[in-house]
Design a protein around this ligand. Structure first.
Ligand SMILES: *Cc1c(COP(=O)(O)O)cnc(C)c1O
Length: 368
């Protein structure tokens, strides 16, 4: 037995979430986004599990795609940022990747390249996110150039990315969809990330591109009653390694940032920011000890946190702790740390073992 802190990865939950997504967008094909090590869950494990369920996978860059190909994944893989230099187009063609064209520079590289085979392309159009993509004004000409390029297979998809689909009060999504609909293109289309898949049926088009929701987390800024029943794929768990009583006025942890207002019982848990628990989590951030909510007490250390368990049934060394997972959404922990669940997942370090399970109790295999 190594350190008791681990990230349990539940593939049954992943499959459940894919089904939820398919039911919400039944007429669209699905690209499952597995960038950033599948949002910290382990790209190869998640890619292998998703491959038979979805139409394609998506990653950010060619290095991430190579990792999946070398692990034997044969599903189509879309490069969301396209290539960073012309020679990467050769690698992309050899690996059979789908390549985003998001600028006239990338388009020029593709026109000049000598490739072993033609590649499938997704043309990314900027409709208001102002991050990547060719301008809406140039989209038609770019599309014609792609369709006439010998290095490109005929089936181009035109896509855009939404900046605020999680915010139902914002007018941004309507503006972006109107700009996207106004493009003069007869290709297949794609616009929806998780939030748009959940909340904007008009954005579903031919292909949806969910990431975050597949890992069981709602991207919506407020949870509505109609939010789908997603199941967290990752459970970050650890255990109590010490329990002590402190008197009123005594402090706990670095910087004495928590001071007992009453005689208190404090449990020390072996997990810290070196294991992916956010250092900025404030006093009171919920932590589940033996399935009961308790409150973070004091600053997060690299390898440990302390939790006020005064109001819980007696807590002992070795007791179970859950930092997030079923019953404690990562987004709630993230709010207490001034960030979003996306960041907490994507920053999960290699030190924390990913323990893969396929039912609720059975450990299949461990990977670093
Ligand atoms: C990351 C990403 C997605 C997935 O977004 P989620 O909010 O995780 O669903 C979709 N499309 C593009 C272009 C992305 O970069």
């Amino acid at each position: 037995m190594g350190r008791p802190s681990q990230a349990i990865i539940d593939l049954a939950a992943l499959r459940h979430n894919v089904n939820v997504a398919k039911q919400l967008a039944p007429r669209s094909r699905m690209v499952a986004v597995v960038k950033a090590n599948a949002y910290g869950h382990g790209a190869v494990t998640i890619g292998q599990a998703l491959q038979p369920l979805v139409d394609a996978l998506a990653v950010s860059c060619i290095e991430e795609a190579s990792e999946l190909r070398y692990a034997g994944i044969t599903a189509p893989i879309l490069l969301l940022q396209g290539v960073g230099e012309p020679t990467d187009l050769i690698t992309a063609a050899e690996l059979g990747l789908w390549v985003t064209v998001a600028s006239e520079q990338q388009l020029g590289w593709l026109e000049k390249a000598r490739l072993p085979t033609a590649v499938r392309c997704w043309l990314k159009v900027n409709t208001g996110m102002n991050r990547l993509g060719v301008s809406a004004d140039s989209a038609y000409l770019c599309l014609q150039r792609l369709l006439n390029c010998r290095n490109v297979v005929a089936d181009v998809v035109t896509y855009t990315h939404l900046a605020a689909a999680e915010d139902l009060q914002s007018k941004q999504t309507e503006r972006q969809l109107a700009a996207f609909d106004a493009l003069n293109c007869s290709t297949q289309r794609s616009a929806a990330n998780s939030a748009a898949l959940i909340a904007w049926p008009a954005a579903h088009y031919d292909w949806v591109r969910p990431g975050y929701m597949l890992y069981g987390n709602s991207p919506m800024s407020e949870d509505r009653p109609s939010s789908p029943q997603l199941q967290p794929v990752m459970t970050l768990s650890s255990s109590v390694i010490a329990v002590r009583n402190v008197e009123t006025g005594e402090s706990v942890g670095y910087g004495s940032a928590w001071i007992a207002k009453r005689p208190s019982q404090i449990a020390t848990v072996t997990i810290g920011y070196g294991d992916g628990y956010p250092r900025h989590a404030v006093n009171g951030t919920p932590v589940l000890v033996n399935g009961q909510r308790a409150a973070l007490a004091g600053r997060v250390s690299m390898d440990m946190i302390m939790v006020d368990v005064t109001d819980l049934n007696p807590v002992r060394t070795g007791d179970e702790v859950m930092l997030w997972g079923p019953g404690l959404p990562v987004a709630e922990v993230a709010r207490n740390a001034g960030t979003v669940g996306y960041e907490l997942m994507a920053r999960m370090p290699a030190r924390t073992p990913r323990v893969v399970r396929d039912t609720h109790n059975k450990a299949l295999k461990s990977s670093a």
